[in-house]
Design a protein around this ligand. Sequence first.
Ligand SMILES: [Mg+2]
Length: 371
Amino acid sequence: MQIDRVTLTHCRIPLVEPFRISNGVVAEKDGIVVQVESEGLRAFGESSPMAGSFYSGDTPESCWRDLCETLIPRALLHGRWDSLEAACQWIDALPGVSNFAKVGLETALWDLEAQRRGVSLAALLGGTRTAVESGLAVGLYSNEAALHAAIEREITAAGYKRVKVKIAPGHDVDLVAGVARRFPGVPLMTDANAAYTIADAPVFEKLDAHGMLMFEQPLAGAAFEDSAALQRRVRTPVCFDESLESPADVTRAAELDACRIANIKIQRVGGLANALEVYRRAQAAGMGLWVGTMPELGVGCAAGVHLAALDGITFPTDVEASARWFRDDLIEPGIEVRDGLIHVPTAPGLGYHVSEEKLRRYQVARQEFRG
Ligand SMILES: [Mg+2]
C-alpha cells in the first residue's frame, strides 16, 4: 500500500437549521476531506470534529494543523506499508496527532484497499447487511411545539426507526414526557452529552419510567465509576459516547458495568481499525452497539453506513439523510433514508461519488502534498 499524492480540502456547508445541544450551538458544518491517490485510484476520508470544540477539544483548525504539519508529511515520507493493517497501526501509533485528524487518512486508506480488492467497504469490514436502520436525532429547541414539529416532519419524511432527543439540566423530565405522549410507539432515547453529575441521578430515575432504549452519555466522559453507580439505579441501559476514546475504554467500562451500550464513532476513536476493535470488545462483553456520527459530511457518514452493516450492531445508526442537516453535500447522490433504511452501496470502496466541483465550491482551504 503506497501513497502518491494527498489533497486536503477544508469544506464548510451551512446547516438547514442551527443545532443546539447541552453545551453549545452550531450553524455550519466543517469537514476536512482527505483525498489519497495511489496507483491510479482515488480514495477519500474525512476529518470531522465539531466546530467550537464543545464535543471534544478538537476543532477543524486543530485538525487542519495536525494533518498539514505532521500526519500527511510523515505519511508521505514513510511512503508505503506492507498491508492496510500495518498502515493503520502506523497511524494509530503516531504521537502528537489527534484521533479526529488521524481518521481522515485512515478511512481513506480503507476506501483505497476496498477499491483495490474490488469490494465494498462494508464487505472489507466484514459486514453483510444490505440496508441499515437509521434513527432521528433532534437538538434542543426553545419550545415544545417546535421540537414536536421537527420530529413529526422528519419521521413523516423518512420513517426513522427511533428518536433521540438531546437533554440538558432543566430540559429533561418534562421534555421527554411530552415527546413520549406525542409520539407513542416510537422508540425513544436521550443524549445528555455529559451534562449531568451523579447528584442528578433522580432525573434519570424519573426518565426510567418511559422504558426508553438508552440514556446516552448522562455523565462526564471520565466518570466511569459514577456511571456505574447510575446504572445500578436505573433499568434503562446507559450508553457511552464521549467516554469511549479507545478500545481500552470499552474494556474498562465493561469491567465496571459503567454502560451496557456502546456508541461507536469512527471519528472519536481515530479510524475504522479502532472502531472494529471497539465493536469486538463490546460484543464480547455483551454490550449493545450502534454507529454514531458527529455528524460528518457525506464522506464520513458513508464510512459509518458501511460500518453499521456489521452483524451485531443492535440499534439504529445516527447517520441520517444528507438533506436532514446540510443544505448540500459533497457526495452524489447524498445519503438517502427511505422507510427508516439506508441502502448499503455495493460498488467498490465507499460507493458514493465525491464531487470535485462541490469540494471546490465549499472549500475554505486546500493543500496538496506529493510523495
Ligand atoms: Mg452523543
